[in-house]
Design a protein around this ligand. Sequence first.
Ligand code: ADP
Ligand code: MG
Length: 252
Amino acid sequence: MPEVLLAARGLTKRFGGLAAVNDVTLDLWRDRIHAVIGPNGAGKSTLTNLLSGDLPPTAGTVSLGGQDVTGWPPEKISRGGLGRSYQKTNIFLPFTVWENIRLAAQSRTPRAAHWLQLASKVSPANERAQRALELAGLQARRDFLASAISHGEQRQLEIAMTLATDPQVLLLDEPLAGMGTAEAERMVELLLRLKKDHAMMLVEHDMDAVFALADHLTVMVNGQVIASGTPAEVRADAGVQSAYLGEEAGHG
Ligand code: ADP
Ligand code: MG
């Protein structure tokens, strides 16, 4: 049996009268990629924020590694082993690639405010940062300013910053956004490498990437899950065809 690292049950988030996420239940398994797709406004980013603790749910529960973490602040959930990237980039452009990763690694330790003083010493944070740099394939860009690398490399950097906290669960919100074909292929390869030892939730609009990567697929529309299953099962679902995939294919 695959190991469930994150379990959401009946997750709901209301903004006034709008149920942005409505009674969503899902599991994330180690060594598997769970893609979440749906049109703009479906609630995918809000769901990510509920799982990471960036937003408290109106109802429902989240457990991480078997522990109920509902209502925990994001820093505490991060220390519990969850790492996330943001749809909008979180990079400090005037810093180097290495400084960005090092800062993210240090944010995982309790004395985050002292990262500048500690930065010159070899520490577990340095080791985590080094591993993340290599795993993300950014060794050759280590000492470049973040502003001087390509858009695709900036997205790799963002993933490296997430990896620097040594997460077991990864939540990635549109990591391929705005990428050209070659950049997208590189990112798909990186995500496949990260599948090993991690449980991953991938929010993504690029259907080629989704079908290349996903072990499990959940489709959201208007805050609700309208289908969930293997990619083949979801592709064959008539409701999904009309609500989303057929419409997407029309643009492609
Ligand atoms: P997606 O990521 O699938 O495009 P979002 O989760 O960003 O969708 O948004 C889902 C719905 O919730 C949208 O109608 C959006 O306008 C609304 N929404 C998201 N965040 C907020 C917020 N902080 N306050 C009010 N409404 C929000
Ligand atoms: Mg979004």
